[in-house]
Design a protein around this ligand. Structure first.
Ligand SMILES: [Zn+2]
Ligand SMILES: [Zn+2]
Length: 546
């Protein structure tokens, strides 16, 4: 039997944990077939929180607790009577001490410390020893004594999320559903989010009901951000969790997400962390799994090339490779140059389709601090000593399911954008548009390449060479990005492409318009002249100028 978790939603019939079904948007029981709706699930957890709140209010009277507030960074810490706190552990300034009786900002759940302070110091020393090349390690090895344990305030998020997503280069939005598994959002304003992120994950099996007994010998940091700020952090972190998956589906790095987390269960929790902060140097050790996380002292810079430059560079590389290959296979220099030159145009079309992306329009530099960690293996206690666990803790992200309104009803779908087949089709269309008179001429003269005179199509090339690439950029790429191929699954689980039912209607106005262009002067004269010129091009290309 699985262990019961505080975060579980329980089946109202049999009490077993119910799993969320994204397609049906309900929690389903795997044992008896019962189900729980989203709002019932939220009520279940509200009930749990109220009971816990009452219990905490009663238990606080048995302990003599103090609260220290920092005049500098605003941190508030709750601790036992005999605890000595000289200055603020987060910024070093002086603390104001008062008796603590208020329980309303105390979370209802906690993961207790499993690693002692001495063990945490040893783990940090070990990290320093195994990273002798890093400045951070050399400086930290002298400071390991300053590592202090805190229960830090987090908001735990668990449940369904709704996301509205779009590509930045497209006006079309898509809708998808996800499910967040027990993610923790930091509720402190002073602490570095990425540093804390580095020492996650935690093992949720140890999450238990909070009791003031856990404060004994430890310090509890109290949440100091507003509800509004917290909600925005929860939203941002959910968006960050889903960004990689959405990027993959939309086939672009430049995506925008907006998450709605109103249906997910939120529980304030306390998590055990050993923390050290000395100026710019920051380190954290997970108080449950022993994972070490250290923030880099220096900012790193990342450079991004504009996408069109990438396409041009890729085209140059491919063209050079083709030229060299042709030459190596025995073709003379002039012909290799000519053929690779013609292919260059084709490469440019393909690479422009592939790299097109609006956020990387200019050369940009992004800076950020690297986070070093001790790796993903977590420690557990075995007969008094800490050993590496066989079980890996993973952060599981449930893949988002995209929904599209198909013939009036929302259905789960798969989306495909720049598939090789589609890019090739566009490239082929461009090729045909560029060489249309040449292709027709070849058909006309029975593929007699001897008589083919490219000069006959000069007029056409003058128009097509600048127009086709512009047309491709403006419409071809938009077609790729705005009209994905949509696949649905049949009842048997087979993938099937959905095609919208197009109704081609011939309207009288349309017919009138065509007739007017063809037969009413002066427009019709220009049109017929154009058509005549085109066929002249074809004829001259096919049979030459004699
Ligand atoms: Zn059940
Ligand atoms: Zn402070």
């Amino acid at each position: 039997m699985e262990k019961k978790r505080i975060t579980d939603i329980h089946c109202p019939n049999c009490g077993a944990p119910a799993k969320f079904d994204i397609i049906r948007q309900r929690y389903l029981c795997g044992y008896c077939g019962g189900s729980v709706g989203i709002s019932e699930a939220l009520q279940q957890k509200q009930g749990f929180r109220k009971l816990q709140g009452d219990r905490i209010r009663n238990s606080v009277k048995q302990f003599r607790l103090f609260r220290a507030s920092c005049s500098g960074c605003g941190a508030e810490i709750v601790f036992e009577e005999n605890e000595a706190l000289s200055g603020c552990p987060f910024c070093g300034r002086s603390l104001v001490r008062t008796e603590y009786l208020n329980t309303k900002d105390m979370p209802e759940s906690i993961i207790p410390f499993a690693v002692t302070e001495d063990e945490a110091k040893d783990l940090l020393k070990k990290w320093c020893k195994s990273n002798p090349g890093k400045t951070e390690a050399r400086q930290l090895s002298k400071l390991t004594g300053e590592l202090k344990g805190f229960y830090l305030p987090y908001e735990m998020l668990s449940g369904p999320v709704h996301l509205t997503v779009s590509r930045m280069d497209s006006s079309r939005t898509y809708f998808c559903q996800g499910f967040v598994n027990d993610e923790f959002v930091n509720r402190s304003s002073q602490l570095d989010n990425l540093l804390l992120d580095g020492m996650e994950p935690y093992d949720l099996d140890a999450l238990t009901e909070f009791d003031f007994g856990y404060v004994a010998g430890h310090r509890v940091k109290i949440s100091d951000i507003s509800d509004k700020e917290l909600t925005s952090r929860v939203k941002t972190e959910t968006e960050e969790i889903y960004t990689p998956a959405v990027r993959k589906v939309l086939e672009s790095k430049a995506v925008e997400l907006s998450a709605n987390v109103g249906s997910a269960v939120r529980l304030p929790v306390l998590l055990p962390v050993y923390y050290l902060c000395a100026g710019d140097l920051m380190a954290a050790v997970n108080g449950q799994t022993g994972k070490v996380s250290v923030r880099a002292l220096k900012e790193s810079r990342y450079y991004f090339l504009p996408w069109w430059l990438k396409a041009i560079l890729a085209t140059l590389v491919f063209t050079a490779l083709t030229g060299c290959a042709l030459y190596a296979f025995g073709m003379n220099a002039g012909s290799s140059l000519l053929i690779s030159g013609i292919l260059a145009l084709f490469y440019l079309i393909v690479t422009l389709c592939y790299f097109s992306d609006t956020v990387r329009n200019s050369l940009s530099v992004v800076s950020g601090r690297e986070i070093f960690t001790s790796g993903d293996r977590n420690l557990v206690r075995d007969q008094g000593t800490l050993v590496f666990s066989d079980r890996m803790l993973e952060r599981k992200v449930v893949s988002p399911v995209f929904f599209e309104d198909l013939d009036g009803t929302p259905q789960p779908v798969e989306l495909r954008f720049t598939t090789p087949g589609r890019v090739l089709r566009i490239a082929l269309l461009c090729f045909v548009a560029l060489f249309l008179p040449v292709i027709l001429a070849l058909l006309l003269n029975g593929f007699d390449f001897q008589r083919l005179t490219l000069g006959g199509s000069a007029v056409w090339f003058c128009i097509a060479v600048p127009v086709v690439p512009i047309y491709l950029l403006k419409f071809g790429i938009v077609e790729l990005h705005d009209n994905p191929w949509i696949y649905t699954r049949t009842d048997k689980g087979k993938k099937k492409r959905y095609r919208q039912k197009h109704k081609i209607r011939i309207t009288w106005n349309g017919v009138k318009e065509v007739l007017r262009v063809l037969f009413v002067p002066p427009v019709s004269l220009a049109v017929w002249f154009g058509i005549l010129c085109f066929f002249m091009c074809v004829y001259l290309t096919a049979f030459g100028f004699e």
